[in-house]
Design a protein around this ligand. Sequence first.
Ligand code: HEC
Length: 343
Amino acid sequence: MLKFIGVFLAAALAGLSAGAIATGTTPLTLFERAALSGPTTRVAGGTPWDETFFPNVPVQTHDGRTLRFYDDLVRNKIVVVNFIYTSCSNICPLVTSRLALVKDMLGDRVGRDIFFLSISIDPLNDSPATLKKYAETYRAGPGWTFITGDPEHMDVLRAKLGERSSVKAEHRNDIMIGNDRIGRWGRDSAFSNIEVLAETIQEFDPAWIKPIPERIETSALPANYSLHDKPGSFLFAKACGGCHSIGHGDIVGPDLAGVLERRDHQWLRRFLREPDRMRAEKDPLTVELDEKYPGAKMPNLNLSNSDVDDLFAYLSSQGVSAASASGGAKVEAAPPTAPSHAH
Ligand code: HEC
């Protein structure tokens, strides 16, 4: 697992360009046709990405419905699909927290013509009730459906969608975006810039006209980043901002305003590097935090010591004292914490 996260973070840190490539206006073509680039368009005679391709298996949703995968969840919709399992302690929560920010950016289109689908790759353990709790933790709301089902059906489904890993922790972390109406599908990454990803999703709607930007700065979200950001803010945006704000209230995890003041630094350093171990050791403060935030767990992101240095520098540069922490107000949309881009 560590190796896996290491690869992920290395890719995340080195990979701004990878994200940028993946979010270009020409999405990568799906599945086995990865070699072909450019969007697929439904042509007379049909493309592979229609009802003849997607399994129409029955699935159970987090809100207790039994639906047909293709007919009820994909047909005629723009969908954003990813794979999760609720006991996953690293990448799935990170991806889910970032998708929640993308969903916020898309506003009321989600549930109207854009739909998010998170497919469990662990149907034996992920019951609809378990998925419901997970959905609530990540503020999923209407238009975002978490699905599980008969393991055989789910296996067919995930194999068809290109997720064929035999080890859960190695499952695919990219997301798929498709517009079934026009038969256009692509892959992208939840680690790309949130605003760009929200745009990419809307570009799957041929009628969508990109608004003329009102401002030049690229980042109004804690989970976004610009090329000029210092390493700590970049890392924070990528790996933390989906779950934590600084001074704008709790998201999935606690508001980090004043955390450098309220915690012993040695404790904090270790907690950032191996929260899972401290949880296993029943470190009192870790247990207390865990109980206060029962829906999610702080993931082990395989941070190095220098990552932690960068994060400390970033947190202290935010200069928000414990006194100004808002004490848990829920963040509805993008909390504006853009570091001022002084050059
Ligand atoms: C998937 C969500 C998630 C991500 C991503 C995440 N955290 Fe957390 N974090 C939590 C939760 C939940 C807690 C509360 C403790 C628990 O339940 O494990 C927490 C606790 C913390 C705490 C302790 C706060 C306190 O009051 O003592 C710190 C510090 C922290 N996280 C920093 C970070 C940093 C820095 C990153 C990025 C490198 C990060 N977290 C990424 C969910 C997350």
